[in-house]
Design a protein around this ligand. Structure first.
Ligand SMILES: [Zn+2]
Length: 421
């Protein structure tokens, strides 16, 4: 490990400490958004923010925000951060590395006694993952005034509404307006994140520069057929919703794989069958569609073909279908000046250029990209495994990513002269 300005031990110790909250199995974490575990983790990070010299608060949307004063206290802030909520069967690093890395960046600046030109904020956004209420990026969209109608009425698997969960967590739907960011309050957003893919590992590189985030299209699809006795209804007379759904699942896979050389990906990750009995023909199947691409035109083309497939399959099997669009995000490119700051900072740290790559998964950065310039740094993760307890990034790679984040942040908050010393 080369010598770092940031405190690599502190970074990795904190990641380990956070992983104990909601721990499952040996290395896994289940810390669903707005759960008691989530709140415990937020309180711990909040204490660390205060220890680092920041003032910290949880806003109406459940976002944890720490702030280090700048020489000009009213100047647009540099914002750093990510999320600490997790999927139900997750690892220790997704999102967490970005929050702890951001915290370390500010703590290092504060410990040196430096005052940045502009305020520096560290944010842990509420409910990035979106698995509990089936819609992600809640906190960041809230902060940007981009929540949609009915979002607070969405329920989790136990029938708890987001409104209830948010209030219990300490958020406050009555105060949404006061915690919405007015234009110009933040000048740039920087996010450190594990890659969640195999590209950096295949290049033998500990960190990478992200050039853009591909846009996800999320659907919930309902296919309706007709139930009947599995022993008596002849095959030719069936309206089997699961057979129809299966053809769509396979069709989506074929559509995405058909784009040779493109980073296009399509997934059906959740499927519910009604009445879910071995001797009843499935009457209703609800499933999700996740389609992503960095090229919006190509994604739109595939969406059309997927709609046509649903139409054909439904006709063939006597089904009726409904599509609910849950998310439709455009691909977003990182800001050139920030990418440049990352490149320069990487050059200070060692020879060779930092590799550049796209992000397939979306991140809080995707929402921030509509508000201000943004940049992202990826940390290599083993075998590209994520959303899995086996997710792993080495302490050395995390330190490398945090140092790169720190040096880039110095450039963006008026402390760039300090990097050589
Ligand atoms: Zn994440």
């Amino acid at each position: 490990m080369s010598s770092y300005t940031i405190n690599a031990n502190r970074v990795n110790r904190r990641i380990e400490q956070l992983s104990r909250i909601g721990k499952i199995s040996e290395t896994g974490v289940c810390r669903l958004a707005l759960s008691p575990e989530d709140r415990e983790a937020v309180d711990l990070v909040r204490a660390w923010m205060e220890e680092a010299g920041m003032t910290a608060r949880v806003d109406a949307f459940g976002n944890l925000i720490g702030r280090l004063k700048g020489r000009d206290p009213d100047a647009p802030a540099l914002m750093l951060g990510s999320h600490i909520d997790t999927q139900p069967y997750a690892g220790r690093f997704d999102g967490i590395v970005g929050v702890i890395g951001a915290l370390e960046t500010v703590q290092t600046i504060a410990e040196k006694g430096w005052v940045p030109d502009v305020p520096v904020e560290v944010v842990s956004f509420c409910d990035e993952e979106g698995c509990r209420f089936n819609k992600g990026l809640f906190g960041v969209r809230g902060m940007l005034g981009k929540l949609e109608d009915g979002e607070l009425e969405r329920t989790d698997k136990n029938g708890v509404t987001r409104r209830q969960a948010l209030i219990e967590f300490g958020g406050d739907p009555e105060r949404f307006a006061e915690d919405t960011l007015p234009p110009g309050r933040v000048s740039a957003f920087l996010e450190l994140h594990i890659e969640q893919g195999p590209v950096l590992e295949s290049l033998g590189a500990p960190v990478g520069l992200v050039t853009g985030i591909s846009g996800p299209l999320w659907w919930t699809v309902d296919l309706y057929g007709f139930a009947g006795h599995a022993g008596s209804v002849p095959m030719t007379m069936r309206r089997d919703a699961l057979v129809g759904a299966s053809k769509v699942v396979v069709g989506l896979q074929e559509l995405a794989i058909g784009e040779a050389g493109a980073p296009t990906v399509g997934t059906v990750g959740s499927l519910r069958v009604f009445p879910d009995s071995r001797n009843i023909i499935p009457e209703h199947v609800q499933f999700t569609v996740d389609l992503r691409d960095i090229d919006l035109e190509r994604r739109n083309r595939l969406e059309k073909r997927l709609r046509a497939l649903l139409e054909t399959v439904s006709r063939e099997h006597g089904l009726r279908y409904e599509i609910r669009e849950d998310t439709n995000s455009e691909p977003r490119y990182c800001a050139a000046p920030i990418m440049d700051a990352i490149r320069k900072s990487a050059r200070e740290m060692g020879p060779g250029e930092v590799p550049e790559l796209m992000s397939g998964p979306f991140h809080d950065s995707l929402a921030m990209s509509s508000y201000c310039d943004y940049g992202m740094i990826f940390v290599r993760c083993r075998e590209g495994i994520s959303h899995n307890p086996k997710e792993y990034a080495s302490p050395e790679d995390i330190a490398e990513g945090t140092e790169l984040l720190y040096r880039t942040a110095l450039r963006l908050c008026g402390l760039s002269g300090k990097t050589e010393g």
